[in-house]
Ligand binder design. Structure first.
Ligand SMILES: O=c1ccn([C@@H]2O[C@H](COP(=O)(O)OP(=O)(O)O[C@H]3O[C@H](CO)[C@@H](O)[C@H](O)[C@H]3O)[C@@H](O)[C@H]2O)c(=O)[nH]1
Ligand SMILES: [Mn+2]
Length: 968
């Protein structure tokens, strides 16, 4: 084991490079420039002027490549000026005349917006109104909303209404015509059908107003990113979450990080924070390697403008060398880079191999001290800054984005709140270190497939007219490495291309956990800005307690009668033309207190809300981001360690009102929901080239477990105080948006009627009874019209969305498969959690490494989740056999009634077909345990029907003759 630890050490020594020292003459530290790993105790030792003294486990001098982050007097992070005139300069034109024109234009825009709002319209009825076409290119809107053509959407809406009406008649018939000799059968089926109808309504109506969007990146650069001038684009802090290096291979994370570092955005405005919830030395070492490789990779990407900028996926694509455009220099450099990447991979894989067996005494760092994260459940917080301004230069001498490793403190007895907790820790660390006004969060497997994705998001966020109300810009999740037929509907196309577009027309897409650019302020529990008013007072002061106070008193004097919502906005921070943020939560309990006291009070309240970190609390008041210049790097790092400590969130609003919201394993839905309740709107952005790509579990068991976790999260929300049925009335949540959140949280419950409904055809076939009485002509008309309507809505939906029939059908199938397995278990587990307090854990989905050929697709893992669908399949198959053989025996007349039942049974079997394929696997072998269990359950059920037969009237003849099992 000592050998392994030393091997690790060796690894580092060998790739320490001599050349780097010459490459980076500008590294001015006199202290050995080694990685700076800090945890609580270490940071205490930093003399403020010699922060480079921080001991590193990589040993002195081994690496000369990680200059310290905050050692340069030209600080990487600079506070944004609060001076309004400076803000104007943000438009990139300095002259006075320009300023005036700009001011005029802004006023005009504001007027226009007020007009729009008075007209009761949504803010994003784009500003290209009648008097605006005169504007020049740079002042035109950065994006445009494209409604679906009315020729496509109107027939769709019409058929929805018709379907609703037909449904009414259908239920009228169903309820009024019970089946006398199989009352229970009829009752169960009608209840199920009513539930299905309700869930259809929940799913359907949020799709009433789908929109597409178009962005204008060229206008964005004209406005904020003119060549030859310092870029005025806003900074972005990018979060990557990882937890288990075995399930989430370091190479996958490395590719994500590389794609971030190479993103097409001003380097000084990008910082990448990696959260390691597994406190794994492997992740840390891999990241260190990655930061090294980035020095070569990033300039290569930028020089040749390649896509995607994750090397694994870039080199996996074929390029056509015969194309005349391909430069010989490019071919040469590409080949060299490919070799470099292969070497990089070898190094990463060597680290992984070494990490397989943990030495008995745990991992040891190079200086002999144990790795602080040896006990995953009990370790201090750790922060390491790789790259960064004063030394993070690439091989061409250009700056690189900051790269920060953070592993929050873990102690037994604390609830860590899984991914949500990890994200909140990063929100605070990044606020202390860089405080960019925007955040992007990515799962460790979701890399930038489109290096312009950040700019796409900025087309919405930085639009002076449209952006202020936007809490986040969500990109669709797209995937690599999924089998061609997408057997288990991993790509979720229907959700991403139909439902989310629909929501975008209402209040915005729901947040799906990754690939989402946020406004930092939206995490601080603030309401969305309401109407825009000219600023009454400007703040240049720092810190802002006083500002809050004076703005507060200023407002208070002017207005005496206030609407309820306005009362909530007592504390305001105003600056040039910026929105007015209400610091919600502060107002409670101090309704009548006058302004003088409020300064002190607000300070207290803010600490109660955000926790005991003056630096963090102060940062929350900086809408435009930026950090304090006066703080020394060492003290900032110390503060960063403080804000990721276990107890930090105690008795604060973190996870309740602030940050990612706790209480559900699908923290994403909950977090987005809260923001929408605060009146924010979100944007769905689908660039032509998919912005991010990730991996998905492609074998049946992993997929079902993923779906189980999602459904469980929804059940948790449904049973919590945040249930969208009851929560957040009177806030800013629009009712159609609410409907879709209700849909997103109640859908697992549909599994109960679904299982019942899938059992019915088998019961019908075995008992010879049916869920309806014999149909009259009128009745059959209603049945038929309903089928036609269902068919027509689907067709029209596919037409406006561009979703193919195969994707649509997969989605239907998986709705049934997931419904009768994962969703059902989720409901049970969710109830257990609420009733018995058994906590649920976050089972991380394994991400495919670099092994291909879909071996995973056929991998079979036994899981209890497989039992219900297998049972349903078997009893329906038995039913079909029984029914048919019965009809053969009973002659011609019995085929008529049989048809309905067979159709019903086929409906179930066809939906479960991908499941059946997954069950059989590649070798066409199903583990005996499944067969045994399922046959057991199926025969128990069949026998039960034969013996008890609750759906048959008691007066009926001998059961055996009817069941069809005992064919004479
Ligand atoms: O304690 C934890 C558990 C998970 N994660 C991270 O959470 C992410 C998502 O996990 P994954 O297993 O890939 O879940 P998926 O089902 O693929 O993820 C979808 O669903 C999740 C909600 O269940 C969202 O959080 C994800 O963003 C979304 O992609 C990964 O980066 C993990 O590293 C942590 O950081 N800490
Ligand atoms: Mn994932």
């Amino acid at each position: 084991m000592q050998y392994i630890a030393e091997g690790m050490l060796q690894g580092h020594m060998t790739y320490g490079r001599a050349g780097d020292a010459d490459m980076l003459p500008q590294v001015v530290n006199t202290m050995p420039t080694v990685p700076l790993l800090t945890n609580g105790q270490m940071v205490d030792d930093i003399p403020p002027e010699h922060h480079a003294l921080v001991p590193s486990f990589l040993g002195g001098g081994g690496k000369r490549i990680h200059p310290l982050p905050f050692s340069d007097p030209a600080l990487p992070v600079q506070p944004r000026s609060m001076d309004p005139s400076k803000d104007l300069a943000a438009y990139g034109y300095g002259s006075v005349a320009w300023k005036e024109r700009m001011e005029n234009w802004k006023q005009k825009q504001e007027k226009l917006q007020v007009m729009n709002e008075n007209g009761g319209k949504d803010w994003d009825n784009d500003g290209d109104g009648p008097d605006l076409p005169l504007m020049d290119e740079a002042r035109q809107p950065l994006s445009r909303k494209l409604p679906v053509p009315s020729s496509q959407i109107n027939p769709y809406r019409m058929i929805i209404i018709i379907r609703l009406v037909v449904l009414g008649f259908f239920f009228h018939y169903r309820v009024m015509h019970p089946v006398n000799d199989a009352y229970a059968l009829w009752l169960v089926s009608v209840i199920c059908e009513i539930w299905f109808a309700i869930s259809w309504i929940l799913d359907q109506f949020p799709k009433w107003l789908p929109v597409d969007r178009e962005t204008y990146l060229d206008r964005l650069s004209l406005r904020y990113d003119k060549e030859g001038q310092p870029s005025q684009l806003s900074s972005v802090d990018i979060f990557v979450s990882t937890v288990d290096p075995l399930k989430e291979p370091p190479l996958v994370t490395a590719n994500t990080v590389l794609s971030i570092l190479a993103v097409d955005y001003p380097v000084d405005k990008v910082s990448c924070y990696v959260s390691d919830d597994g406190a794994a030395m492997l992740t840390f070492e891999a990241l260190s390697e990655t930061s090294e490789f980035a020095r070569k990779w990033v300039p290569f990407c930028k020089k040749f403008n390649i896509e995607p900028r994750a090397p694994e996926f870039y080199f996996a694509q074929k390029i056509d060398y015969l194309q005349d455009k391909v430069l010989t220099s490019f071919i040469k450099e590409r080949r060299a880079m490919k070799r470099e990447y292969e070497e990089f991979k070898v190094r990463i894989n060597a680290l992984v191999a070494k990490a397989q067996k943990v030495p008995e005494e745990g991992w040891t760092m190079q200086d002999g001290t144990p790795w602080p994260g040896n006990n995953v459940r009990d370790h201090p917080g750790m922060i390491q800054v790789f790259l960064g301004q004063s030394g993070g230069h690439d091989t061409e001498g250009n700056e690189l984005p900051r790269l920060v490793y953070a592993s929050r403190e873990k102690r037994p007895g604390f609830n860590h709140h899984k991914k949500a907790g990890a994200m909140n820790a990063l929100v605070r660390v990044s606020a202390v270190l860089t405080n960019a006004p925007y955040l992007l969060n990515l799962d460790c497997d979701h890399y930038f497939n489109n290096s312009k994705a950040l700019k796409e998001a900025m087309c919405f966020m930085m639009d002076p007219l449209l952006g202020k109300k936007v809490c986040y810009v969500q990109f669709p999740q797209r995937f690599d490495g999924i089998d061609r037929h997408d057997r288990y509907a991993n790509r979720n196309i229907v959700f991403f291309d139909i439902n989310m577009k629909g929501l975008d027309g209402i209040q915005g897409p729901i947040y799906v956990g990754t690939g989402c650019v946020f406004r930092r302020q939206a995490f601080y529990g603030n309401d969305a800005p309401k109407t825009k008013k000219p600023p009454t007072r400007t703040c240049n002061c720092w810190p802002n307690w006083c500002c809050c106070g004076c703005c507060f008193s200023g407002r208070k004097k002017k207005k005496t009668t206030k609407s309820k919502s306005e009362k909530k906005q007592k504390f305001r921070r105003l600056d040039s033309g910026a929105p007015v943020f209400a610091l919600e939560g502060i107002e409670e309990g101090i309704e009548g207190i006058e302004s003088e006291k409020s300064t002190m009070l607000s300070e207290k309240k803010l600490e109660k809300k955000f926790g005991q970190s003056p630096v963090f609390v102060a940062s929350t008041l900086l809408e435009d981001g930026g950090t304090l210049k006066i703080a020394s790097p060492a003290s900032l790092l110390k503060e960063a360690i403080h804000v990721i400590s276990c107890g930090y969130e105690d008795k604060t609003d973190w996870g309740k009102e602030v940050g990612w919201i706790y209480g559900s394993v699908t923290e994403d839905i909950l977090t987005g929901f809260k923001m929408h309740c605060h009146g924010w709107r979100s944007i769905y952005c689908i660039p032509d080239r998919p912005a991010f790509k990730g991996s998905a579990p492609i074998n049946l068991s992993d997929r079902l477990h993923q779906v189980l976790r999602w459904a469980l999260g929804s059940v948790e929300i449904f049973l919590s105080r945040h249930c969208p049925l009851w929560y957040g009335y009177g806030g800013g949540l629009k009712w159609l948006e609410r409907l879709s959140y209700i849909n997103a949280t109640v859908y697992p419950w549909t599994s109960i009627p679904l299982v019942a409904y899938c059992t019915l055809p088998a019961v019908c076939l075995l008992t010879g009874k049916f869920i309806t009485p014999e149909l009259s002509n009128v009745a059959s008309l209603w049945f038929l019209s309903l089928f036609i309507c269902i068919f027509a809505t689907s067709i029209l939906e596919m037409r406006w969305s561009g979703v193919g029939i195969d994707d649509w059908w997969r989605n239907e199938q998986f709705w049934v498969i997931g419904g009768v397995s994962a969703h059902l278990f989720a409901v049970v587990q969710g109830l257990l959690k609420v009733l018995a307090g058994i906590d649920t854990n976050f089972t991380v989905t394994s991400k495919a490494g670099d092994d291909e050929d879909f071996s995973e697709l056929y991998a079979f893992k036994w899981t209890t989740l497989l039992i219900p669908p297998t049972t349903l399949l078997i009893i329906n198959l038995i039913g079909v056999v029984a029914g048919v053989s019965n009809a053969i025996n009973n002659g011609y007349e019995s085929w008529g009634p049989l048809f309905g039942k067979l159709f019903f049974a086929f409906w179930v079997i066809v939906h479960l077909y991908p499941f059946l394929k997954g069950l059989l696997g590649r070798q066409n072998r199903t583990p005996t345990i499944i067969i045994v269990w399922s046959i057991l359950l199926a025969s128990i059920f069949s026998l039960l029907w034969v013996r008890v037969d609750p759906f048959l009237a008691k007066s009926d003849g001998p059961v055996l003759e009817e069941c069809g099992l005992d064919c004479h």
